[in-house]
Design a protein around this ligand. Structure first.
Ligand code: FAD
Length: 405
């Protein structure tokens, strides 16, 4: 393949890195541009941590799975709890997917560990020209290719050329804005409080992942890493609440004690507040510029779909770019990428994450009962449980996308 056929990938997040590795391993030259450097790459705020089976298959395809498995927690089961009644509603075991995947479990492994391992692989690959501490600022395109403008580590302007440019820049994508593509959707007025705590919640019957419904204070409880054990608890907050007051040690302690009273203080490791957006770009492609991951869609973390579906974008796109650059297909297949992945973003990721939050926060007792009865019934019927897990683990979205011409 000709060197001038290189793909410029902006952003070494999970999406940009997976895309770069998948392309390079098929012989496509990549320039991967990342504004963070070796000195601060690992200082990113904690975000994704749950990796679904379909994503594990993709990580395995590029040799990433074997690097992250020893750093993660294998979690086959997740729970729905009713905090109001202090009762387990339903337990879902990925073992129902044993005939669908080699990975009938999720891997709890933080985004930062995934990008750390993937970055090492990118550094070692001869076809990946990795530009750390380099910021992408603008681009132009014509019939033959793209020109990207960068600010290099010396602070100088630099111009590079390639055949295609992919935005793996995350939600604030310059490429999306430059293309004038709308980011349709909404932002929840309330922010989510994330508390990281050193405590083993399993001794109270919780699984590694727990979705907890409550009319007053829904929450999510996840085993994040360990040993030593680190768990994350998410709580809703009111939009008018002062961020500083919310995160005072005594306020965090009171939240956790309200959630699960125990003797003595919780050992709180950290906390942060985040705003939740539900948005999808109106287009994923304009000419030679393509959006993937958070630059194309963002959603609430309830259900763990943001990074997972972004990684699925990356692999779908890599397969198409490889064939285009080998001249096996025309670049109209990129429109199919948009049709497939936009469908998934709207009909699966958005729909599912919005529904997840609604179910957890539902206030009407009759609707709550109906929701909980339904979850219980599904979890107790192996056929229904398998269908449910195929949806939550994103296999259904991939199978549906395959049907889109
Ligand atoms: C609290 C929380 C929990 C979450 N939990 C989950 C979960 O369990 N599972 C899940 O699937 N998802 C989860 N998500 C969502 C997930 O973190 C994101 O969907 C995912 O990180 C998106 O990956 P990305 O590669 O598209 O973008 P990002 O991870 O945002 O990476 C973008 C990269 O681009 C770089 N960059 C940006 N602009 C430029 C520029 N101009 N020049 C050069 N480089 C640039 C950035 O430095 C960064 O490295 C969670 C999110 C939050 C907030």
């Amino acid at each position: 393949m000709n060197k001038s056929d290189r793909v410029i990938v902006v952003g070494a997040g999970p999406v940009g890195l997976c895309l770069s590795l998948a392309l390079a391993q098929e012989g496509v030259a990549v320039t991967l541009v990342e504004s963070l450097g070796d000195d601060n790459f690992l200082e990113q705020v904690p975000r994704a941590g749950t990796n679904h089976p379909a994503t594990l298959e993709m990580f395995d395809r590029i040799g990433l799975y074997e690097k992250i498995e020893p750093r993660g927690i294998i979690a086959p089961v997740f729970h729905y709890w009713d905090r109001h009644e202090n009762a387990l509603i339903a337990a879902f075991d990925h073992i129902h997917l044993k005939d669908d995947t080699r990975f009938p479990y999720v891997l709890q492994c933080e985004r930062i560990k995934i990008v750390e391992e993937a970055l090492k692989m990118a550094k070692a690959h001869p076809l990946i020209d990795l530009r750390l501490r380099t910021t992408f600022t603008a681009f132009e395109q014509d019939a033959d290719g793209v020109t990207a403008h960068l600010t290099n580590p010396a602070g100088e302007d630099e111009v590079i050329k390639g055949r295609y440019i992919v935005s793996g820049e995350g939600a604030r994508s310059i490429i999306r804005k430059d293309l004038g593509i709308d980011f349709e959707g909404f932002t929840y007025p309330d922010r989510t409080l994330n508390i990281e705590v050193a405590y083993d919640f399993r001794k109270h019957g919780y699984a590694e992942r727990n979705y907890i419904s409550d009319p007053d204070e829904w929450s999510n409880l996840f085993h994040w890493k360990g040993p030593p054990d680190r768990w994350r608890v998410h709580f809703p907050t009111a939009s008018e609440e002062d961020p500083e007051a919310l995160q005072r040690p005594e306020a965090l302690q009171a939240r956790l004690q309200g959630f699960l009273p125990k003797a003595g203080d919780y050992e709180i490791v950290g906390s942060n507040l985040y705003t939740v957006h539900q948005r999808v770009a109106t287009r994923f492609r304009s000419g030679r510029a393509i959006l993937a991951g958070d630059s194309a869609h963002v959603n609430s973390p309830i259900g763990a779909m943001g990074m997972n579906s972004g990684v699925h974008d990356a692999f779908n796109l890599a397969d198409k770019l490889v064939k285009i650059l080998r001249k096996e297909v025309g670049d109209e297949v990129l429109d199919r990428y948009e049709r497939q992945r936009r469908h998934v973003a709207v009909q699966h990721t958005q729909a599912e994450t919005i529904r997840n939050k609604r179910v957890l926060a539902e206030k009407d007792p009759a609707v709550r009962k109906k929701n909980h009865d339904q979850l219980r019934r599904i979890s107790e019927d192996p056929k229904l449980a398998r269908a449910f897990l195929l949806r939550t683990s994103l296999f259904e979205s991939l199978r549906e996308a395959e049907q889109i011409a």
